[in-house]
Every structure is written in C-alpha cells, then in structure tokens.
Design a protein around this ligand. Sequence first.
Ligand code: AHR
Length: 496
Amino acid sequence: MNKATFNLHPRHHAGPVDPRIFGGFLEHMGRAVYEGVYDPSSVHADEYGCRSDVLAALAELDFTVMRYPGGNFVSNYHWRDGVGPVDTRPTRRELAWGTIEPNTFGTNEFLDLCQRTGWSPMFAVNLGTGSPEEAADWVEYTNGSLVTDITGERESGSTSGTTKVPLWCLGNEMDGPWQIGHMPASEYGTKARQAAHMMKLVDPSIELVVSGTSLPDNPTYLDWDREALEAVGGFADYLSTHRYLDNWSNDTAAFLTSGVAVDRQIAEIDAVCRYVAARRRSSRRPYIAFDEWNVWYRTRNRSGMWADGTFPAHLVEEVYDLQDALVCAQFLMSFIRNADVVKIANIAQIVNVIAPVLTSGDNLLRQSIFEALSMFVGRRNGTSLYMGYDGSLVPSPDFGDVAMVDGAAILSDDHELHIYAVNRSVDESVDLQVNLSGGHLETLSVELLHHSDPTTQNTWDNPDAVRRVSGEMSNGPQPVVTLPPHSFLAATLSVS
Ligand code: AHR
C-alpha cells in the first residue's frame, strides 16, 4: 500500500488565507451574463430579472470577490453604454467574441447584484480602446461622493448602485496579440500608470491590479510583468496572472500532475514582484492576483470562441469531468499553500462560459468542478500551514517525480484543522496520515470526491454522476484516511 504523511506544525505557517482567493469572474461573453445570471424572460427570473436558480447555486459556492465585466470583452467596452435608463442604452457590435452587446445589464445592475449576493466587486477597466480618463470617470461613477455630473449620472441610473468598488484591474491580458488594443509593455506601462494616477486621485482607497502575462507560453512572459510593474511603480498593489490548464494529450496521469505548473507560475511571478520592489528600494511589494484560472481546452478553438453576430451565443461551454475537478482542487490548494503571496484568485468563469454551473432553458446543471469548489466552502478561514510531505511519488512527464498526494492545510482560529488532498495516481490508493506536531485530532467531517472512471461527467441525463460523499478517517495523534485512485479529500478535524 502507498503511504503519505502531511507533517504540519501549528506555528509553522505561510500566513492567513485571504478570503479573496475564493473569487469568481463574470464576463459579458457567451451566455454568462445573458441567459446566465440575467434573464428576465426565464421562469426563474426574480424581480431584478436575474435567475434565482443560478444565484442559488452560485451562493452554495460562496464567492467572495467577483471580477467584471471582462476579460477580453472589457478591452472594447465603454462603461457609459451600460448606465442610465435601459431603453436609451445602445446595442453595440462586440469585437472580442463577435457577438452583440445589448447593454441591458451594466454597472448598476451588476453592483446591485453584488449587494444582494455579498460579492465584493472587482472591476476591470478598458485600456484597449478606452482612455485613462474614462477609467477614472468610472471610479468616480461608482465610488465618488462629491456632487458632480458623473455621480449625478449614477443617481439617475435605473437602480440604486450604492455599492463601492474597492478593487480595479488596469486592463486585461494586454500582453496578448488577441487583445483589442494590444500594445508593447512599455506603452501599456505608460497608459496604465496614467490611468492608475487618475483613478487613485479620484479615490485613494482603491487597490489596483496591473495586467500581467496572460499565458506563460507567451514569449514576453516575465519580461512583460517586470516592465509593466516598473512603469506603474508605487500605484501597483497586485500583479495579475492567468492560467488555463489542459488535457490536450488525453493523458490522465500527466494531467493529474499539472497542478505543479501552478506552483511554478506563482514562484516565477512572485520573483518578479520581489525583484521590482527591491529595485525600487521599496518595502511595499505587489502581491499576486491570479484573476483567471481554470481547466479549458475542449472548446478553445476559433469556432468555440467566435459568435459570428449571434446573441447570446453558446461560447466555450466546456463540459467538465472528474479529472478536471481534481485539477481545479489543485489550483485552490496551490493558492492556499502560497497564502503569503497570492491574495486574490478568480475562477474563470461562473456560469455557462467555462463554468461550474450550466443552464439549458429553465434547467440547471452543477458540473463536476462545482463539487470540488463546494468542498472548500466552510473550510477556508484561517492560516495556511507549511506542509512537509513524506511518502509515495508519481512520475510526471513534465515535472519528474512529484508527490503522489497534493495537499494543503488551514488552521482556524477556533482550533479546527482543514485538510485538502488529491491522490494524483490514476490506479492506486494511498493511506494518508496527518501529523500536526503530535496534537490530538478528532474527525468532524470528511468528504471525498471520487468515481472509478476519471472521465465521468455530470450530464443532463446523469446530473449526479460526480458527487462528493462522506468518508471516514481515524482519530488520534496521527489520523489516517485512505484515498482511492484519482480522488479529492476535504476534511475538518478538531485539534486538542
Ligand atoms: O475567460 C475567458 C477569456 O480568457 C477571458 O476573456 C480572457 O481574459 C482570457 O483569455
């Protein structure tokens, strides 16, 4: 039998887990907004035109921050199109995804939705076709307290729009040639700095995220990040990074070790943040906003991503399987382990578009990745503990031999230990032992996500194929739990 031990110490910690790493992302793309969260024609529409069934499912995932309105979309979006009386708003051709934008859902509708759901809004400004002035005006519109023409526009809007926006992204993936308004890092740096300066003059309390490299495969990876951060200087609170993992090679064993790539990316981006801060002789370093992450490959091609004028288009509606869920769990475990540097993370996205929730007409499906995400809910407050791993390894084509069990641990203020573990082996079980410096551990809850076939999906015909079940774990100074092949465990233990 394979064995693995997580060696932990209550005072050996990476730092408090920032609740914002459990964020989401809602883009005006495909059926994410229209037919996703917002659909006045649905039988599920609430008094605001939002789908109550979708919001109820999303509430189960308890997202903290919500990034909006894009994504690639934002680089050709003028926020003024989406405010004021709905019947005066323009219908626009949208160039990022080739669709039509009716603008019936905009700033006020989103902020009011945030108020009802408890999401903290995280806006991205248009640094493609937009200007620094337009970005600063948007801050004034949402956060301004002076009596001006712009705050007056907010008050005459269709809804109250009283929620303030504390977090702003300075553009999106501006390093990518596909991005509308894509430009070299030096030009982006100048424009982002101008925008940052004006935005912080309007509201000095906001925090800013610099647009970093979108794909580690991009030739400018890390150079772009350094140049952009240097240019934005002291206005930079966070550096954005994105990652979509894939299983193009249809190799489950390799795919289940791909979470290692996330750790490496965090280490590399962190190195740039520290380097730039050190060169500025500044004790204030930018932290990491991992503000797009997920598995995405099946629908990642021109026909899956281009709407050809239809509205709303079925774009990138990836159907996930168990192995995708295990990789999503590895993303979140990596963010927890790196709590000292990763302060924000947003799964891309939340409904229909590469999402945990799918809709079809009036029906709703919780995908396999929904299950993995929900296993973190109620188990995520506290301090991330460093983990010494002892035990079996599995081979990875990209990373050599890696831990068979990928894990993370959080110690809460009320003496509960939350353990997460993915068994990366395709065909072998492992006995996992947890050792918190000899402390006595008593099981409070154990959940397992598992199926004999890692390619199993939740489908409209079989919506509950991938569901978490209760598991068993012993009590004592070194409790043990058996992880079946390709499975995910989330457990909470009391510490005495
Ligand atoms: O999440 C889908 C798209 O992926 C986003 O719009 C873009 O930022 C990224 O390339």
